[in-house]
Design a protein around this ligand. Structure first.
Ligand code: MEV
Length: 451
């Protein structure tokens, strides 16, 4: 039971949602406990069954945290039209993705290619003895390990997946007696984390047992210390590429009257800077993940895994670099993004969260490979829109328009007030106070604004 005094609590997870909330209010919202309970409670789902579903997704759930569910239309990817779901709080992201999608729609759209779909896991262990003997023993062990997990792998094998490769690695540079069983997996449309971890733990059990029972090994060699068995979120071979290209001369004019040639050269330079300067690369890739993460969340995938892997991949050449690349060849602007995306369209949250299910339906219920192509294309569109803004108008131009529209919404401006505010603030600094003063003067009928 939760303690009645103090902020330490045990057995908290056993309390009901109401009890948890009331404990929280008593200890952390002491000035207004009832308001806190009411406010947290106001975000519970009105349908009890739906709320039960969300309560079951995580631990110690006291309420739901809402994020905007948005859509970016006009994506043309491999000649197929998509309206892409994006869950994100940053106001300009969806507008930017949509503008990137629209720009490339009339220019052939995005070409997405899945380069490989291999996922990886490792059994990390320490063993003392002759390395040569262990490698020799591993040749027979491999098949025994595979046979030992047949009950886990047979279903995946029927779908065309399973264990693809099993290797023994000796890595004395980490620890003299340190080894890994490195396993490559194909998990088809599943993200496959549970599948991979179960297989690895099965391999580890077989390793321990078979070493113990091996009559050719001394007592010391029969002992193995399995440190851990776990999938790796670094999946450089679960890789997708999305690309766009178009003749520079036909790109049209850009904001501020910038000619296509100047735009394309500035754009390529901006990307080159992101490939060579870590400060710029981090922001550049953050922009890419603005797009990627929002689709990952909307489709019930794991954005932490995707981010961790993407940033590790960005360092694969020994320096953190931009994930996208741009160049001009024979008068054609090429812009491309290569990114590892270990995602799933079956299992996990994809089939539990009602809106994740709807997201997949909105995308035409794609398999994992098709979804990889969509997500990479959204990342590329996002990156294109951000860098386009940066090298033309500057980022604040678009951000401030969004900012203004958010302030106007908060101040309950009607359409005519919005139109007048947009015209008025075109060349002025936008702040909450400035907009409030503008609106109140407008509403008071003061005519000193030159609209
Ligand atoms: C903001 O969330 C993302 C950008 O900073 C990305 C970029 O600079 O490329 C606009």
């Amino acid at each position: 039971m939760a303690q009645k005094t103090g902020k330490f609590v045990s057995g908290f997870s056993k309390l009901s949602k109401r009890e948890k909330l009331s404990w929280l209010a008593r200890h952390f919202f002491t000035s207004n406990p009832l308001d806190a309970v009411r406010e947290f409670g106001s975000f519970w789902h009105s349908n009890i069954e739906s709320q039960k579903l969300f309560d079951g997704i995580s631990e110690n759930v006291i309420t739901n945290f809402y994020l905007p569910y948005c859509v970016a239309p006009n994506f043309l990817i491999n000649d197929k039209a998509y309206c892409v779901p994006m869950v994100i709080e940053e106001s300009s992201v969806v507008a930017a993705a949509s503008s990137g999608a629209k720009f490339w729609h009339s220019k052939g759209g995005f070409r997405a290619t899945v380069l490989s779909t291999t996922k990886v896991g490792n059994v990390h262990f320490c063993w003392q003895g002759d390395t040569f003997n262990l490698f020799a023993f591993f040749e027979e062990l491999k098949q025994i390990m595979l046979d030992g997990v047949k009950h886990i792998t047979s279903n995946m094998e029927r779908r065309g997946g399973g264990v693809k490769k099993v290797e023994l690695l000796h890595l004395p540079e980490i620890e003299p007696d340190y080894y890994q069983i490195k396993v490559d997996f194909e998990t088809c449309d599943a993200m496959g984390a549970n599948f991979i971890n179960s297989v690895l733990e099965g391999f580890a059990e077989t390793l321990i047992r078979e070493l113990k029972e091996n009559r050719n090994f001394s007592d010391e060699q029969k002992e193995v210390q399995v440190i851990m068995s776990i999938l790796s979120n670094y999946t450089p071979e679960c890789l997708v590429k999305s690309q766009v290209s178009y003749p520079v001369k036909q790109l049209g004019k850009f904001k501020g009257g910038m000619e296509a040639e100047e735009f394309a050269h500035k754009f390529v330079r901006a990307v080159k800077i992101a490939r060579n300067d870590v400060y710029r690369a981090t922001t550049h890739n953050k922009g890419i993940f603005n797009g990627i993460d929002s689709v990952i969340i909307a489709t019930g995938n794991d954005f932490r895994a995707i981010e961790a892997c993407g940033h590790a991949y960005a360092c694969r050449n020994g320096q953190y670099q931009s994930l996208s690349n741009a160049y001009i060849e024979d008068g054609i602007l090429h812009f491309e993004l290569e990114v590892p995306l270990a995602i799933g369209t079956v299992g996990g949250l994809t089939k539990i969260h009602p809106l994740a299910k709807r997201s997949l339906e909105l995308l035409g219920n794609p398999g994992a490979k098709e979804l990889m192509g969509v997500i990479a294309s959204v990342g590329l569109a996002q990156n294109f829109a951000a860098v386009k803004s940066l090298v033309t108008t500057g980022i604040q131009f678009g951000h401030m328009k969004m900012h203004l529209s958010n302030i106007l919404l908060q101040l309950e401006a009607d359409q005519s007030e919005m139109d007048r505010a947009f015209a008025y603030f075109q060349d002025k600094t936008i702040s909450f106070t400035a907009v409030r003063v503008f609106l109140s003067k407008l509403r008071d009928g003061e005519g000193q604004f030159a609209y």
